[in-house]
Ligand binder design. Structure first.
Ligand SMILES: *Cc1c(COP(=O)(O)O)cnc(C)c1O
Length: 490
């Protein structure tokens, strides 16, 4: 499979790249992203009886990725460490609560958020490439709380890889912080930063521009790579669970092959939704992709009006922090698929220059053929959590935004698979508040109270966190980060 660039080619880079190259070096010409030149077509009848692992291998084969078969097999085998070794992404039928609602639980992996679905196999593939090529890679992550733990977990103690993870000190939940600072992998460095998630992100961006840093990297023999959600190596694994979800409804005789259905995706950087969009282009009969956001409703605004604007907007801190985002990077790949490289480059340059772009009426119609959108405020999400909990199903604050989308966005009476992106255990204090338990509980108190009240088990991955040593104690100001990272790599 060839990869091409969303903003066209600058004449310096190769016009076509391989899968292995684009996952190790994800930055494309003019600041664009890599996308597959063509998408394969799915034969749903053939895939119907496949296990999750078999389906994943088949999709990788259809994309014709240039990774050895035994590496892919090992990567996909990691799904066997999820709660149910046969099925990493369980689907729950919630018709008794909301007609036509199904929830695909994507959080049954080691860090209890859906980032594991892609990062688990991704880590195996990148790790194998680093060894095979005899190259050393440094992976830098800035995290608001879910990407960090999942990235550390997948790369821990892998040869030829080091990971540096920056998180905003005080800006994550206790559970998220503990998942990072208790990870004692020898190749990992976790640094708290005195500042917000945006500060962490811009610190990394500035680091990438620093000549001193580049020189030190060269001297130490490290190449830089990235594991963020614009890396196509993550996106490919996010098409698979969409296909799997549909086939499960077929297997359960809820749908026949070819019948239409909806999907609903709580969205931030749009990786999850993009996986669904690609699956639709590959032939999955998705009637429409319903996008749900929180009060940072930039995606809602774009999909309903065609205007993408961050002018005079600041990120609002909500109870669904993994969706607190204004620059939703993967929208760019949708623009490319629908309108081509020339137009995508034009729009992205407008965004960089003016902080906004507006697509034409006819283009809005095209976007709306694929997507509808709504957003939930924190109080709307809390009500959804409470209502469903009263009927014995507990949502986290991100997944809760899907309920409004489910109720309001479907024109047709079709089944809807909503994606659950985190377990309640990752955001227990907010979930406790939604359930009208005490306010301002610590994570541990909230976990215990909810578990008792709803008779839910706290998974061992979360329970154990409170017993482990905090091996990473460093909290620094922005100006101290560069030298700290250099010390770690030389
Ligand atoms: C990352 C994340 C999201 C957003 O997913 P995108 O693919 O970036 O749109 C939503 N919910 C949770 C819990 C997450 O960790």
């Amino acid at each position: 499979m060839n990869f091409i660039e969303t903003r066209g080619n600058d004449g310096k880079r190769a016009k076509n790249e391989s899968f292995s190259t684009v996952i190790l070096n994800p930055s494309a010409s003019f600041g664009g992203l890599y996308v597959p030149e063509n998408l394969p077509k799915l034969d749903l009848n053939l895939l119907k009886e496949f296990s999750y692992g078999e389906l994943a291998l088949k999709v990788l084969e259809l994309f014709n990725v240039d990774i050895k078969k035994d590496v892919l097999e090992k990567a996909v085998k990691l799904y066997e460490n999820f709660d149910d070794s046969n099925n990493p992404a369980e689907i729950k039928d919630l018709n008794n609560i909301e007609k036509n609602l199904y929830i695909s639980e994507l959080y049954h992996g080691p860090t209890r958020a859906f980032k594991d679905m892609a990062l688990q196999p991704f880590g195996e593939i990148v790790g194998s490439l680093a060894i095979e090529r005899n190259e050393k890679y440094l992976i830098l992550v800035a995290t608001s709380g879910d990407t960090g733990p999942a990235t550390l977990q997948t790369f821990r103690n892998r040869e030829n890889i080091k990971v540096v993870c920056l998180y905003p000190d005080g800006g994550t939940s206790d559970v998220q912080r503990l998942q990072m600072v208790t990870d004692n992998g020898e190749n990992l460095k976790v640094i708290g930063i005195n500042g917000s998630f945006d500060d962490a992100q811009s610190t990394l961006k500035n680091l990438l521009k620093s000549e001193n840093f580049k020189n030190k990297l060269d001297e130490s023999g490290f190449k830089l790579s990235a594991a963020n959600s614009v890396n196509f190596g993550r996106i490919i694994f996010q098409t698979i669970y969409h296909i799997h979800g549909y086939l499960k409804l077929v297997k359960d005789n809820i749908l026949n092959i070819g019948d239409k259905y909806y999907i609903t995706v709580p969205s931030g950087n749009f990786g999850n939704a993009l996986g669904g969009f690609y699956a639709k282009l590959m032939g999955l009969p998705i009637e429409k992709i319903l996008i749900s956001s929180n009060s940072n409703n930039i995606l809602y605004e774009f999909i309903t009006t065609g205007r993408y604007s961050i002018v005079n907007r600041e990120v609002i801190n909500t109870k669904s922090p993994a969706m607190d985002i204004l620059k939703s990077s993967n929208i760019e790949r949708v623009l490319f698929s629908l309108f081509g490289a020339k137009r995508t480059r034009e729009l992205m340059e407008e965004l960089e220059k003016n902080g906004c772009y507006q697509i034409y009426e006819n283009e809005i119609a095209v976007v709306q053929k694929y997507f509808s959108a709504s957003f939930s405020t924190d109080s709307e999400s809390y009500i959804a959590i409470k209502n469903l909990a009263d009927k014995n199903y507990l949502l986290d604050t991100h997944t809760a935004t899907c309920i409004k989308a489910h109720k309001e966005l479907r024109d047709l009476d079709l089944p809807n698979i909503a994606y659950s992106t985190a377990e309640w255990t990752k955001f227990a204090p907010s979930v406790a508040e939604a359930l009208n338990l005490e306010k301002n509980l610590t994570d541990q108190e909230a976990l215990n109270q909810i578990s008792k009240k709803l008779s839910l088990k706290i998974p061992h991955q979360i329970e154990n966190l409170f017993k482990l040593d905090e091996v990473h104690q460093t909290v620094l100001s922005v100006s101290e980060i560069e030298s700290e990272i250099i010390k770690f790599i030389i």
